[in-house]
Design a binder for this molecule. Structure first.
Ligand code: IPE
Ligand code: IPE
Ligand code: MG
Length: 238
């Protein structure tokens, strides 16, 4: 018989799951298992990022946030850091060449200061060129949850605040007015948050899978969505 794969029907999400966030982990191991250099895993991971954004759109999810590079990832060998930045830069080139094709607004979360000025400029142009779409893709780049909170507090101090509220802090995070993630998915088998969206995920549902990021497909996404809808979110109530 001709080999074929049944097309997964993705569950359709409503307002309860309007923001999904991914800790895209496991690229290096994906490559190592194939006897390839880690960089090949990052290339496969970058391709899968595009597929997953489309799948989330197919499932009716309005906001997708991905953890692309943490404030701690600078500890990696320079060659690997350079390849990750190169992949991001290439992705932005494609976005800028085909504006509107993906029909998503791109936003970057994190401190841009240590990034290469050419990359910062591409980020600025891509954010500007894709503004005003209904769907949002946040790319967390040089992002750290602690760094983000410190950044917010310093912004408030420089505004002359001497007493701050939760609202003040939320509004000064990189995510500013965006809705908190409803579901955070981590691939790669580790059960930790690695400094991702600490403030915003206070009441997020978490889904951990051993699947490595380049292998996250419609079936895994569908399983995560179904698991999300099977849970009862109590927010401390009954
Ligand atoms: C991707 O996976 C995450 C990034 C920092 C880009 P890793 O590169 O951490 O892959 P593993 O965890 O070593 O397999
Ligand atoms: C988390 O993955 C960061 C990103 C996915 C960008 P890491 O591979 O850096 O996390 P740890 O080091 O295993 O906690
Ligand atoms: Mg990792």
């Amino acid at each position: 018989m001709w080999p074929f794969r049944k097309k997964t029907v993705l569950p359709q999400c409503d307002d309860r799951l309007s923001h999904i966030a991914f800790i895209m982990d496991g690229n290096g191991r994906w490559a190592e298992r194939r006897g390839l250099p880690r960089e090949a895993g990052h290339r496969a991971g970058a391709e899968n990022f595009r597929r997953v954004v489309r799948l989330c759109g197919d499932a009716g999810i309005r906001t997708v946030t991905v953890y692309a590079f943490s404030t701690e990832n600078w500890k990696r060998p320079q060659k690997e850091v350079e390849e990750l930045m190169r992949l991001l830069s290439r992705y932005l080139d494609e976005v800028l060449e085909k504006i509107g094709q993906e029909q998503v607004t791109l936003r970057f979360l994190g401190d841009p200061a240590p990034l290469d000025p050419a990359l910062r400029e591409k980020i600025r142009r891509a954010e500007q060129a894709t503004a005003d779409q209904d769907r949002v893709v946040n790319v967390a780049l040089n992002y750290g949850g602690r760094d983000e909170i410190v950044h917010a507090v310093n912004a408030l101090l420089s505004q002359g605040k001497r007493h701050v509220t939760e609202e003040d802090i939320s509004r000064n995070l990189y995510t500013a007015a965006q809705r908190d993630p409803d579901l955070v998915v981590r691939t790669g088998g580790d059960i930790r948050t690695s400094n991702f969206l600490m403030w915003q995920s206070a009441y997020a549902e978490y889904y951990f899978t051993d699947v490595l990021w380049p292998d996250l497909d419609a079936d895994v996404l569908a399983a995560a969505i179904r698991e999300f809808y099977s849970r009862k979110r109590r927010y401390g109530g009954l």
